[in-house]
Write a protein that binds this ligand. Sequence first.
Ligand code: GUN
Ligand code: ZN
Length: 432
Amino acid sequence: MSDVRAYRAGLVHCLDDPRSAGPDACVHHPDGLLLIENGHVAACGDWNALSPTLAADVPVEHLPGQILTPGFVDAHVHFPQLDMIASFSGQLLDWLESHTFPAERAFADRAHADDAARAFLDELLRNGTTTAMVFGSVHRTSVDALFEAALARDMRLIAGKALMDRGPDGLRDSVDQGRDETEALIADWSRHGRLGYAVTPRYALSSSPEQLTAAGEILARHDHVWMQTHLAENPREVALVAEAFPDARDYLDVYDRFGLVTDRSVFAHCVHMTDRALHRMAGCGAAIAHCPTSNLFLGSGLFDLARADAHGVSFGLGTDVGAGVSFSVLRTAAAACDVAQMKASPLNPLRAFYLATLGGARALGLADRIGSFQTGREADFVALDPAATPLLARRLRGVTDIAEILFALMVLGDDRVISRTWLAGAVAHRRN
Ligand code: GUN
Ligand code: ZN
């Protein structure tokens, strides 16, 4: 028996990147109908045009004033950093030592990881994030806990155990342990439900050449797994990588030499990049997770969106919690607009919304499954409430332009504007 239900509300989604396809790439139905059948989008359009075609027994929920959008995609976030978000320190390497590594050590304990996994997924859903690419800690148990919790919610999630045989005390694996645990996690979880695995060398300073070799071999062995890591985030980090790998042409080249630069690879940050590296990424279809709140918080630098565009590199948005200061991809999109302003190459609101949805899905190679309301896509979506706060209600009184509405929701909104989140057609979060 099929499960069919319809929603009447405002609808907005992107079919393409507004930068190349123009503003019509984003489709807005002020009074729309979204039809969901067995967890997938069956139809999306104007209420007046589509409602006469609805069978009489299809339940219709009317959400007046609300706007339905595809769920948000967080292309880079750290599960074991949930409890240390908003910890004050210096830049990246100090912050890792003083706050991050101590917090991650606790994830050797399965009960701690289970509790954190539930809270982490709750937080994603409260913020309208329905898909994320997630770093675990070095402990495989952290990823077991996260996958188990995500599978129970039927969430589309990609994650991996951090590989770090050059990590600090208490957070080191070995080449063999990292390889064996990664293979075991792939066997146990990848493609179960909507779960995916990402081979996860933490960054070039945390893995030996032998471990990076093993990571590349695992990636080559499994055509359904991804690769995630950090790249060119902080000037001191970039200098240390150049010292540690003197033969590499640049930071990306370190990964490239081990077979880690592919169309299934997602590199967080990419703030301090050579033209050669950007050209290489575009050529092989590797993607960037742009993490603006993190880059501001750690003083890492300002991502050059215009340069990434000039080279044709695909990018999505990452919250990068706990260096990022918000789980909200809406807030992250607003920060991306701020950073673009600082680089004098403005990011317009429709494109920022695209990056939060279809652009993120494209960066993760998932645009045929999620990121829009095209027929057949998985029904991961959110209801935004443009009157969620008194200030938003005042600002948006009488406003009908969707770009203006979305921009205000990004700048003034956060988890409070997410009134409901659906995973595969089922309600997974309801505010109030
Ligand atoms: N580089 C290596 N590890 C990390 C991390 O946990 N967060 C960030 N932002 N950068 C990193
Ligand atoms: Zn990160």
